[in-house]
Design a binder for this molecule. Structure first.
Ligand SMILES: NC(=O)c1ccc[n+]([C@@H]2O[C@H](COP(=O)([O-])OP(=O)(O)OC[C@H]3O[C@@H](n4cnc5c(N)ncnc54)[C@H](OP(=O)(O)O)[C@@H]3O)[C@@H](O)[C@H]2O)c1
Length: 264
């Protein structure tokens, strides 16, 4: 279920642990040092309430600094971090370190960043479920998992991931995957919306022109029309603002179909 609004933080997906995950968040991969701090702070100042980081990004301390200095109440911000697959054997230790760096008692979402050694790894998933039971993560999920790997976790534990974070963009549109996730109660979170898109595509240009927006804003809006969470990364203040300015227009069913058609 999603809730709709016309401004930031925008619509949100309800997660099984009780969390409300804004469909638009700020990505932070390759945001380093002060850039990470400044981008997260700026995003929070202009109304973002969802930040995506990972142990592997090496910036949880800067994200934590921005969260603290923003003055935004903890319960209003949705924070995700991720467990590196190589650390699957010491998952809880890694989460404790993430919480220290972020300056938080719990994260809203903790993900297995990639299938450990390429496999679903129910043992790792059990560690995430234990962290959730202990209150260190409100919801838990996975990233870069196939539907078959999600099913393996469900078969082993009876618990589906709340979220699967996967590469997503018009060129990667896969309705079968969206339907399979919906059937399993898994929220799809897309990453690299811009890097995986040809911004010169004429369909995007035409739809953008029709709404007086940019092709980037069309791509983000297209995610929202599908109920897919999207976390564009930027360290540039004007882009952080533009990427959040996607609640004042909607795409028609025909426009959504045309953008879907960019998948090869
Ligand atoms: N789970 C995973 O395995 C995984 C993998 C990759 C990414 N992610 C997550 O997803 C987030 C987003 O993906 P991403 O960082 O790979 O790529 P992205 O968000 O598709 O693209 C980021 C790039 O686009 C530029 N950009 C941002 N807004 C723009 C705009 N309005 N116009 C033009 N250029 C713009 C940024 O530049 P500036 O920063 O210079 O403005 C940056 O170079 C990551 O930051 C990370 O949090 C997860």
């Amino acid at each position: 279920m999603t809730t709709a609004t016309t401004s930031l933080p925008g619509p949100a997906a309800s997660l099984p642990g009780g969390g409300s995950m804004p469909l638009l968040g700020l990505g932070t991969w390759q945001s380093e040092g002060d850039d990470a701090y400044r981008s997260v702070l700026h995003a929070l100042e202009v109304g973002y309430r969802h930040v995506d980081t990972a142990t592997g990004y090496g910036n949880e301390d800067q994200v934590g600094r921005a969260l603290a200095e923003s003055g935004v109440p903890r319960e209003e911000v949705f924070v995700t971090t991720k467990l590196p697959p190589d650390d699957a054997g010491r998952a809880r230790e890694v989460l404790s370190r993430s919480l220290d760096l972020l300056g938080l008692d719990f994260v809203d979402l903790w993900l297995v960043h990639w299938p450990p050694s390429g496999g679903a790894s129910p043992q790792t998933w059990e560690q995430l479920l234990a962290a959730r039971a202990d209150g260190q993560a409100r919801d838990v999920g996975v990233s870069n998992y196939s539907t078959a790997q999600v099913d393996e976790l469900v078969a082993a534990t009876g618990e589906a991931p709340a979220v699967d974070q996967v590469p997503w963009a018009p060129a990667l549109h896969d309705q079968q995957f969206l339907d399979a996730c919906a059937e399993r109660g898994v929220v799809v979170e897309g990453y690299s919306p811009f890097k995986k898109t040809d911004m010169d595509d004429p369909v995007l240009a035409e739809v953008a022109r029709a709404h007086g927006v940019t092709p980037q804003q069309v791509v983000l809006r297209w995610h929202l029309e599908h109920g897919v969470v999207v976390i564009p990364k930027s360290v540039t203040p004007e882009r952080i603002e533009a990427n959040a300015d996607v609640f004042g227009f909607t795409l028609s069913a025909d426009e959504v179909r045309r953008v879907d058609g960019l998948a090869g």
